[in-house]
Ligand binder design. Structure first.
Ligand SMILES: CC(C)(COP(=O)(O)OP(=O)(O)OC[C@H]1O[C@@H](n2cnc3c(N)ncnc32)[C@H](O)[C@@H]1OP(=O)(O)O)[C@@H](O)C(=O)NCCC(=O)NCCS
Length: 172
């Protein structure tokens, strides 16, 4: 995956126009500029961007919005500019969010995804997300369901001795 020259950083005021352009191209019901400005202002929210060239003036290639709620991180939005998809940029954004959340003590990450969004579901599967529920008719624009995905940010390693105790270990 070619992600050289792309850096993840905090969103700045001057990034908004490019974020809106990516958002409008990516989603049938895009977030408005006001929603993004609200995310930047909210202490609960984190809006991170992937920038080309590792330079503050580099073009915005993607972004991710997370919220912390107790020990859970909610991934509210993630998108990559269409012409730069399948180059590992989404993975950089999600990987960074997961790593940072874990180091800050969060335990779980959760998100909603459209039932028909196969690309995103495959993307999340690669990061260990699995479906734990469905919100029927959640998306009011198309009436489609949302799948609720979760992943454990800190899976507890199961000791061999514990596996043996429940009869699943290698007893050879
Ligand atoms: C989902 C999204 C953010 C992924 O970003 P990306 O930069 O293209 O993802 P990556 O290049 O890091 O892909 C990582 C892996 O995810 C999977 N994946 C990503 N896009 C895929 C696609 N279109 N089809 C199948 N698998 C895909 C692959 O396993 C891929 O690894 P590979 O390229 O080595 O096979 C991007 O497709 C996007 O912006 N989609 C539109 C917005 C959206 O749907 N957001 C999610 C809302 S819940």
């Amino acid at each position: 995956m070619e992600t050289d020259g792309c850096e993840i950083g905090d969103c700045e005021e001057g990034d908004i126009d490019q974020i809106i352009a990516i958002e409008r191209d990516a989603f049938p019901t895009p977030w408005s500029e006001n929603i993004f400005r609200g995310e930047i202002a909210s202490p609960l929210s984190r809006l991170r961007v992937a920038r080309e060239g590792g330079d503050r003036r580099g073009a915005v290639l993607g972004y991710a919005v997370t919220w912390r709620v107790a020990d859970e991180i909610h991934l509210h939005n993630i998108a990559v500019r269409r012409d730069r998809r399948r180059q590992g940029i989404g993975s950089r954004l999600l990987g960074e969010a997961m790593g940072r959340s874990r180091s800050e003590g969060a335990r779980w990450m959760t998100l909603e995804v459209r039932r028909t969004n196969d690309a995103a579901q495959r993307f999340y599967q690669k990061f260990g997300f699995s479906c734990r529920g469905v919100r029927p008719g959640y998306y009011t624009d198309t009436g489609e369901d949302a799948l609720i995905l979760w992943t454990d940010l800190c899976p507890v390693p199961v000791a061999e001795s514990a596996l043996r105790a429940i009869g699943e270990g290698d007893d050879g």
